[in-house]
Write a protein that binds this ligand. Structure first.
Ligand code: NAD
Length: 501
């Protein structure tokens, strides 16, 4: 038996810390295992589903304003516990503390938006659709809903999902990433403290076995997923085949176009944060710069080289760090392998971050920032999502060439353009085949009261995550048409189709 603390499940309001299967959770800054996370077998997930099912009738009938108040309480608790939560995120993910705080803040904004559920659920009403006939649409909760989340935002991405789901009257089962599960579970405990009744939100830690149970159990009505594209596609296909509503957000390869008229200094500082922030482990990160014209490319590369030389890489808890380690040893090896591959493919490695060691943290998963020039669309480092601190510059001659390249890529999550030309920016935003677009904004992550989602193979399903789309995703429309005939008035049978002619 391991003596490490266990991260368990939260089912029916109770923490469960005993289980047969478990795996280590590592601190990427040190490379040491610091916790064990339980991996739920089918029976444990079924227990969570039963608890969520039992909690549904009373929660569905709880006035929306009371449900929303829980979200208000939770916002206060999340702010109060911010330091504790960010420490958990950094200890398991590796990102620097200020970045963890940014993630938490974005998550809190989703809780805030969910607290407007009474307003968002008001529905639509039409009086006199026929003589003395009224009609309205209401948005009813689905029942038991589920979410499966990735490692890169252990606090924020779960908060994209369950606060709106439960504010709409559903109950929820969350399956967090097994790589950094602590903050996710702690937030669920805080939700209980905020007044969420037991069983309304359940957390099961686990792997494929847990996910497959959620995807196939008929009691689960809808599944939200965020993670890599191959798994997103599997989740979508399997969930839909089992009659569920599914939204599955996948991977990305976001291009930033830099036009010849752009303010290069400004573009370079924006690109630094977008490429290397959180070690490139963001689905909205910028791993590719498309420079229009060789002069633009040369200026961007010179600027990036100068900025990279000033970057501080080390443990996310140390003050003043710009970048922490990658999340796990296998992921570190994978990202390093992509850098090797880029060199073999003939791209020019301008800055080589391989071989970096951080004194006192020799076993941590540190890779320094890497910069490639002359990346070409046929290369693996162009096509595949690397999810690390590796930025590639592609040289093109025109904006149209840049746009054709972006449109041809399998992913369409985010993109941005740096320019001073309004006409070019408008043409770009209007025509590019990507779901989230920035103009002189490198990470155009929509705020909580818009919705988040990519196009092409970055999202399977129709509705985007959080914001107004989430209200539609977690509810089903029911349209009621009603009349109260006056006593004594009888029309008799009508055989023609009713219309307002
Ligand atoms: P991942 O796909 O490996 O894992 C995501 C979730 O799926 C985890 O909970 C994991 O336990 C589960 N899972 C993994 N393999 C599974 C399998 N075979 N069957 C069933 N479930 C399985 O993703 P990750 O590495 O945790 O996260 C990084 C990925 O997520 C990147 O591709 C990134 O672009 C993507 N991401 C996308 C968005 C977005 O909004 N589009 C946001 C964040 C992250």
């Amino acid at each position: 038996m391991s003596s490490l603390p266990t991260v368990g499940h939260l089912i029916g309001g109770k923490l469960i810390t005993q289980g047969e299967r478990a795996q280590d959770v590592f601190n990427p800054a040190t490379g040491r295992a610091e916790k064990r996370v339980l991996l739920a077998p089918k029976a444990t997930v079924e227990d969570a589903i039963a608890n969520a099912q039992a909690a549904f009738p009373a929660w569905r009938n709880t006035p929306p304003l009371k449900r929303a108040r829980v979200m208000g309480n939770l916002k206060v608790l999340l702010e109060k516990h911010a330091e504790e939560l960010c420490a958990m995120i950094t200890a398991e993910h590796g990102k620097v503390l200020s970045d963890a705080l940014g993630e938490l803040q974005r998550g809190i904004e989703n809780v805030e938006y969910a607290s407007y559920a009474p307003e968002l659920l008001k529905g639509e009403h039409s009086k006199n659709v026929g003589p003395a006939i009224d009609s309205w649409s209401e948005f009813q909760a689905l029942g038991v809903t589920a979410g499966i989340t990735p490692f890169n935002f252990p606090a924020m991405v779960p908060l994209w999902m369950w606060p709106m789901a439960v504010a709409c009257g559903n109950t929820f089962i969350l399956k967090p990433s097994e790589r950094d599960p602590s903050s996710t579970l702690r937030i669920a405990e805080l939700a209980l403290e905020a007044g969420l009744p037991p069983g309304v939100l359940n957390v099961v830690n686990g792997d494929k076995e847990a996910v497959d149970t959620l995807l196939t159990d008929p009691r689960v009505k809808a599944v939200s997923f965020v993670g890599s594209t191959p798994i997103a596609e599997y989740i979508y296909a399997t969930g839909c085949a089992h009659g569920k509503r599914v939204q599955a957000l996948g991977g990305a390869k976001n291009h930033a176009v830099v036009m010849p008229d752009a303010d290069v200094a400004n573009a370079v500082s924006a690109l630094m944060g977008a490429a290397y922030g959180s070690c490139g482990e963001r689905c909205m990160a910028i791993p590719l710069v498309v420079a229009v014209g060789d002069a633009t490319a040369d200026a961007v590369i010179a600027g990036l080289k100068a900025e990279i030389s000033k970057m501080k890489v080390g443990p996310g808890t140390a003050p003043g760090m710009d970048m922490g380690p990658l999340v796990t040893r296998p992921h570190f090896e994978k990202v390093k392998g992509y850098v090797d591959q880029g060199v073999k493919e003939g791209a020019t490695l301008v800055v080589d971050g391989r071989g970096l060691t951080v004194a006192g943290h020799e076993d941590g998963y540190y890779l320094g920032p890497c910069l490639f020039d002359n990346v070409k669309p046929g290369m693996v480092i162009y096509q595949e999502e690397i999810f690390g601190p590796v930025l590639g510059v592609v040289r093109v001659k025109t904006l149209q060439e840049a746009m054709d390249m972006i449109d041809a890529h399998e992913y369409g999550n985010g993109t941005c353009i740096f320019t001073r030309d309004g006409e070019a920016a408008r043409y770009f935003t209007d025509n590019i085949l990507v779901g989230m677009v920035g103009v002189n904004v490198p990470l155009p992550v929509p705020v909580a009261y818009h919705s988040f989602g990519g196009w092409k193979r970055s999202l399977f399903g129709d509705l985007h995550a959080y914001g107004p789309d989430a209200v539609r995703f977690y509810t089903k429309r029911k349209t009621i048409t009603q009349r109260w005939p006056s006593a004594g008035v009888r029309e008799g049978a009508v055989f023609s189709f009713p219309s307002s002619r």
